[in-house]
Structure formats: structure tokens, C-alpha cells
Design a protein around this ligand. Structure first.
Ligand code: BG6
Length: 493
């Protein structure tokens, strides 16, 4: 268990304070992931959760809520532990601006400590929209929930979700507040994409195989295209999404981390310091866009019908789609375009990164006309997890001609052939690593601000622009930029 297998033993005991305990994230990801960890015996002994939310629920009602959502979405189909699992939860009702409510959280933690006769370590999970962070930090400071209960005994850590803030300045203000309460080693900034098996596999692929790393630069790579398409629309998340938009929701974090893993230098070691500093270095080289880039290398889109979504402003300019072409100001990647494209309500669910190599200069291709025979490596995250290598072979027949073929590594097929090992969910990894104290798959303060610097600049240049409207269930807005990316990237046969 654990992404890198470096967590020898779990701390014991621990209390998790889950803020936003009835929200979308808790229901869909956290409760199922906690149940999977529980069944796999990967939670600390005497693990306890103080669940906090606005909803008026009794403890029993919340435990029913836990059982329901763990049953619906957990990976395991073993439901025999649900009742025991639900008894790990106590419920505290309140709002984030209610000081007394944070006093009740403290009491619930103290009650648990008294019950087990030990001072438990404390893990706070802010599973709430970023607009509440300021208030929550103030409440934690005022209630002194940041302190371990006895000096030197146990630890206190905090998990914060993305987007952390709304722009570079806001992120800095939040960082300042957070750093008064917690040291960097106590802060776990989540980007669950870093914990995805498919993304961790990019590291393995790049740095454990001699075949590619020497070619992984501007001399051999022509372009990189990162896509994240979702068929579902904003749905019931209007209140959260309209204040955030697609670029802050998945661009500032998931997609820039995909780019960082593709473009970063080799880390000196497989640990948090080495990996996080390599990722931060590359994010710092993102070229800052200019106003004139809007419409050409920066496209902002909104699907038709978004304005009718519940809790969305009727004149909202919030983007549900973006396409960006950017460069890294780094000698290794000079002149190599990186395309990033994301949209909601798209025709298909698709997540992948395609690296296009330059065509061989002296190709034995059997052609006299201008021709191109580039290699490609494609890392697919969804709908299937694959790595595809496009290469060229001789077409059968009398004439010497070339034919493209693919070598495909399919993670799930490979696993079933190896006896059915399973890929753990990203949120299981996130929770497990935070309990273990391993920050490798979490974002550092330096990564965070580098990503914000670029994204804040994009937000600034497109601020006044109305988004281009696209139809639901389409390929997003029509643009020369995406035509150009497609021309580069199509694995034509
Ligand atoms: C979340 C975003 O961080 O990532 C969602 O808030 C998005 O809007 C989701 O749908 C995508 O994550 P995954 O793991 O489902 O690909």
C-alpha cells in the first residue's frame, strides 16, 4: 500500500476531522475511499472521524449516510464491515462561521481521546469550496485546534483541496494564514491527479527505461497535447463551479501537474523533496501569456445551457471549456508547443497526454515525395489506462512502403493477466499518504504558486472576454488552435 511503498507502519491512533462531511466530495470520493481503506485494514487502529457539516442530522442519521455512500461507490463489494465502519464516525453540526461549532469539534476530539485513553493525532480535511478557507483557518486558530494535545505527543496535519484560492494573490494570503498555524510538513495540498496510478506511471515510464529519456527534449519532441474531456456537465455543482470555472477547477492543478510530470527533469531520488522541487522547477518556466493571445492561443468556452444551471448567474462568463497553447522557457523545451484542452459536456470522456516526436531526418521510407513518419507516445488516463507507442513498419507487399502500428500497454488487461491485482483509487492514496506523513503526491507551496502565476495571467487576459458558446455533446468550440493540435496529434493510420 502507499504509492511508493515507503510507509512502513501507520500511526496510531488518529482522529480525522472531516469538514464538509455531507458534500459532493465526501459522498463520492472520501467515504468510499475510507471504507476501502478500512476493509483493507489500512487505517490506523482506533481511527475516528469527527464529521462536520451544516446539515441537521443526528449521529445515527449521519452513520446511515456513511453506510449508503460507502456501499454505492466503494471499490470493495464486501459490505460486511459497514456497521463497524460507521461506528468510527461522530457527527457535529454547525456552520463554518460559528465559533461555538468549532468548540464542539474540539470537545468531540477530547471525548474520543478520553475514551481511548491516549492523545490521538489529528488530521483535518477541508472538503469544502475554497471560499470557506479563510474563515476555517481563523476558527482553527481561535480554537487552537492546530495544537497537538500534549507537547511532543501525536501530530496535527491539514489536508486542503484544490483550487487553493482564486488567484495568485489570494493563494498567497491563504498560504500566509496557513503558515502561521502549520509548518510546511504539516500541510497536505491535494491534487488527486498526482495520486492516480496512470500519472505515477509516467515517472516509471520516463525514468526507468533508457529508450526514451535521451530523446525527451526539443531536438526530438515536436509537440505535447494534454486533454481532459468530461461528458457530464456542471449538474448540481453550479454554486461551486460558477465562482471557480474550468481553468481553476482542473487547469491550475490536474492539467499543469500532467504537464509537469511530462516535462520535468529527472529527480535525484524518489522522495517528496526531490519530486516536488522538480515539478515546481518546470512549472516556473511556463510562459506568461499576453492579451493578444486570447482567441488565438487561448480559447475560453461555455456550453450552451450552462446559464440555466441552478445557482449559476444568468450573465455568467465562467468558462466550462478552455484550450491553451503554451511554451516552457527552458532550454530543454525551447520552441515545443504544449497544448492543454479541457471541457465539460463534451462528446466523450477522455483523458490523455500525447507526445509527438519529430520525423526522422533521414528516413528509409521508400518515398521520394515529402513525407512524415513521426513516432508518438500516448499516456491514456481515461476511459482506459494505457500507454500507446506508435511506430512504423514495412507494409506487406512487393513495394517498400511504411505502415503505422501501435504497441499498447493496457493496465487492466496486464493486471488481470498477473492474477487480478487492483489499482487503488487516487483518494485512497491521498488519505493513506497523509496518515503516513508522505508528501510526495501532494503539492508544495512552490508548485502551487508557480501554477497560480501562469493561471492568474490567463485569467487576467481573458477576464473581459465572453466565452465562445459550444453545443453540449460536441467537441467544444471550433478553433484554429485545436485544428492545429489535431493535425499534430492524430494517430492516423
Ligand atoms: C475535480 C474537479 O478536481 O476533478 C471536477 O473538481 C472534475 O470538476 C474532477 O470532474 C475530475 O477528476 P476525475 O478523477 O474524475 O478524473
Amino acid at each position: 500500500m502507499g504509492p511508493m511503498g515507503r510507509c512502513e507502519s501507520l500511526p496510531t491512533p488518529t482522529s480525522l476531522v472531516l469538514l464538509g462531511a455531507t458534500g459532493d466530495l465526501a459522498r463520492k470520493k472520501l467515504l468510499p475511499a475510507l471504507y476501502d481503506l478500512y476493509v483493507a485494514r489500512a487505517l490506523p487502529e482506533r481511527f475516528h472521524v469527527v464529521a462536520f457539516s451544516r446539515d441537521a442530522l443526528s449521529e445515527n442519521e449521519y452513520r446511515t449516510f456513511v453506510r449508503t455512500h460507502a456501499t454505492e461507490r466503494a471499490r470493495t463489494k464486501d459490505h460486511t464491515h459497514l456497521d463497524d465502519f460507521a461506528t468510527c464516525f461522530t457527527y457535529v453540526q454547525g456552520s463554518f462561521d460559528d465559533r461555538a461549532a468549532f468548540g464542539r469539534i474540539k470537545e468531540a476530539l477530547e471525548t474520543q481521546d478520553t475514551r481511548i485513553g491516549i492523545c490521538a493525532s489529528k488530521l483535518f480535511y477541508l472538503a469544502v469550496p475554497p471560499s470557506f478557507y479563510d474563515t476555517i483557518f481563523e476558527q482553527i486558530a481561535h480554537t487552537r485546534l492546530d495544537l497537538p494535545c500534549t507537547m511532543g505527543e501525536g501530530w496535527v496535519r491539514i489536508l486542503v483541496e484544490k483550487p487553493f484560492g482564486s488567484d495568485l494573490d489570494h493563494a498567497r494570503t491563504l498560504e500566509d494564514k496557513l503558515s502561521v498555524l502549520f509548518k510546511e510538513e504539516q500541510i497536505y495540498r491535494i491534487d488527486h491527479y498526482l495520486a492516480k496510478d496512470a500519472l505515477q506511471n509516467i515517472l516509471a515510464f520516463r525514468f526507468s527505461n533508457v529508450l526514451f529519456e535521451d530523446q525527451w527534449n526539443k531536438d526530438f519532441v515536436e509537440a505535447v497535447y494534454i486533454r481532459l474531456f468530461e461528458q457530464f456537465d456542471v449538474g448540481t455543482r453550479g454554486a461551486f463551479f460558477d465562482g471557480v470555472g474550468a481553468l481553476r477547477d482542473v487547469g491550475q492543478n490536474h492539467m499543469l501537474q500532467m504537464l509537469a510530470l511530462i516535462a520535468m527533469e529527472r529527480p535525484d531520488a524518489l522522495n517528496a523533496d526531490a519530486l516536488r522541487s522538480r515539478r515546481a522547477e518546470v512549472l516556473h518556466t511556463l510562459r506568461i501569456p499576453k492579451k493578444e493571445d486570447v482567441g488565438t492561443t487561448i480559447i475560453k468556452g461555455q456550453y450552451r445551457g450552462y446559464l440555466d444551471t441552478k445557482d449559476v448567474a444568468t450573465d455568467s462568463k465562467t468558462e466550462t471549456y478552455f484550450a491553451l497553447k503554451t511554451y516552457l522557457d527552458d532550454p530543454r523545451w525551447e520552441g515545443v508547443p504544449f497544448y492543454l484542452e479541457h471541457g465539460k459536456a463534451m462528446r466523450e470522456n477522455l483523458g490523455d497526454i500525447t507526445v509527438r516526436f519529430r520525423s526522422a531526418t533521414h528516413c528509409v521510407c521508400g518515398e521520394t515525395e515529402a513525407h512524415e513518419h513521426p513516432n508518438f507516445v500516448r499516456f491514456s488516463l481515461s476511459p482506459e489506462q494505457k500507454i500507446t507507442l506508435r511506430f512504423w513498419v514495412r507494409k506487406p507487399g512487393a513495394k517498400y512502403e511504411l505502415l503505422p502500428e501501435d504497441l499498447v500497454f493496457d493496465r487492466h488487461k496486464a493486471l488481470s493477466m498477473r492474477g487480478g491485482a487492483v489499482v487503488t483509487d487516487a483518494y485512497e492514496e491521498v488519505l493513506f499518504d497523509a496518515l503516513c506523513g508522505d508528501q510526495t503526491l501532494f503539492v508544495s507551496s512552490a508548485e502551487q504558486s508557480a501554477a497560480w502565476e501562469y493561471v492568474t495571467a490567463v485569467l487576467g487576459v481573458w477576464h473581459d472576454q465572453a466565452p465562445v458558446v459550444y453545443d453540449k455533446n460536441s467537441e467544444g468550440p471550433d478553433s484554429d488552435l485545436i485544428r492545429e493540435a489535431h493535425e499534430q496529434m492524430t494517430l492516423s493510420s
